[in-house]
Design a protein around this ligand. Structure first.
Ligand SMILES: [Zn+2]
Length: 357
């Protein structure tokens, strides 16, 4: 199965944008640009995943960028029975729908990056959610006696969605695109923008099937929990920086909500974050990990990616299939990024030695 090239993604964006059936945003000029840019970003991510799936698990994992104006659902993931063939799908219509929610937001208060970065963060989180169903064995039909296992898998996929959103800033090529397209260049700006994007996604997805999906507050928290966990693990930021980004995201959401229809609910999603954290730990966390143990054991990706048995997965449970290319300090500086946070040279060398392949 061929990979999605940038040219093919551009052609699909063109096909979508010329479909007269599509829901047209109130700002067609900005929507047009955003759809094309997001298509390039998604194609880039999809090539990482399909390459690593092929190399490390001998599995096909193509990506379908759906150009139909009236798609059958915003996103999805499936597997061919009995074969190592998985595919993830995102409808380009989702990009425009998400954009339309914040179409009246023309700037981010006290920032100089483009609010369309929120939409990209939301879409990439949704894509990472879909990928994780395949990568973490949710499609292997593993028997269980844990009740509500499908619900727990969705919750886990939400968390992995948040993990995956970090690839937008840690991967060099993606980071350059975020800078060129949206002027998003600072690691702290990226963290807060990703969190606002998570809120936007949860807001948009609210009202789905209650037997499968948690409410928007919990979903938003799960995205955040995943992002926090990978950011700490990758030493992208420390806890105080993550908390600061969270506070900044709260403030930004309050300010932009005035321009969003039903914006009060968007604010509420963030206000209830701490309650969601308590609720998650008390109600779901234990069974979620139990269920993940079961599905991960059946995943061809996990064993291949980690090279370890299931018994040790707890140490390594944040490994995500979106391959995050570690930039070197020199590359970061060459890109004009103030070398982030506490990345000392020694730390970077250790990371390269331990994780580079
Ligand atoms: Zn799902």
């Amino acid at each position: 199965m061929p990979q999605l090239t940038d040219d093919a993604a551009a052609a699909l964006a063109e096909a979508y944008l010329s479909d007269p059936q599509r829901h047209t945003s109130q700002d067609v000029v900005r929507a047009d640009r955003l759809v094309r840019q997001t298509a390039t970003i998604l194609a880039t991510i999809s090539r990482y995943v399909s390459t690593s799936s092929q190399e490390e698990a001998k599995a096909e994992f193509p990506f379908v960028l759906d150009p139909s104006g009236e798609p059958n659902g915003p996103a999805g993931m499936n597997k061919k029975d009995g074969e190592l063939f998985y595919y993830a799908r995102i409808a380009l219509a989702s990009v425009e729908r998400l954009f339309d929610l914040i179409v009246s937001v023309h700037e981010v208060p006290a920032r100089n990056y483009d609010p369309m970065a929120f939409v990209v963060a939301a879409v990439v989180t949704a894509l990472a959610h879909e990928y994780s169903h395949g990568l973490y064995g949710h499609k292997e039909k593993v028997e269980t006696n844990i009740s509500g296992s499908r619900f727990l898998e969705e919750l886990d996929a939400d968390r992995r969605g948040g993990v995956g959103s970090l690839c937008l800033f840690v991967d060099r090529e993606l980071r350059r695109m975020m800078g060129d397209f949206f002027n998003l260049k600072d690691p702290m700006d990226f963290l807060e923008a990703a969190m606002v994007g998570h809120s936007l996604l949860a807001f948009w997805l609210a009202g789905g099937r209650e037997d499968l999906y948690a409410g928007p507050t919990m979903r938003c928290f799960m995205y955040y929990d995943g992002l926090r966990s990978i950011a700490l693990r990758e030493r992208f930021a420390d806890l105080s920086q993550i908390n600061l980004a969270r506070t900044n995201a709260d403030r930004i959401v309050v300010k932009i909500a005035k321009f969003v229809e039903g914006g009060d609910r968007l604010i509420k999603i963030r206000e209830d974050h701490l309650a969601a954290e308590t609720g998650y730990k008390k109600t779901f966390k234990k069974n979620l990990y139990k269920r993940t143990d079961e599905t991960v054991a059946a995943s061809p990706f996990w064993i291949a990616f980690s090279g370890r048995s299931q018994a040790t997965w707890d140490d390594d449970n944040e490994r995500h299939g979106i391959v995050i290319r570690q930039p070197t300090l020199r590359e970061l500086r060459a890109d004009g990024v103030k070398v982030p946070f506490k990345a000392s040279l020694l730390e970077t060398i250790c990371r390269l030695v331990c994780r580079w392949r």
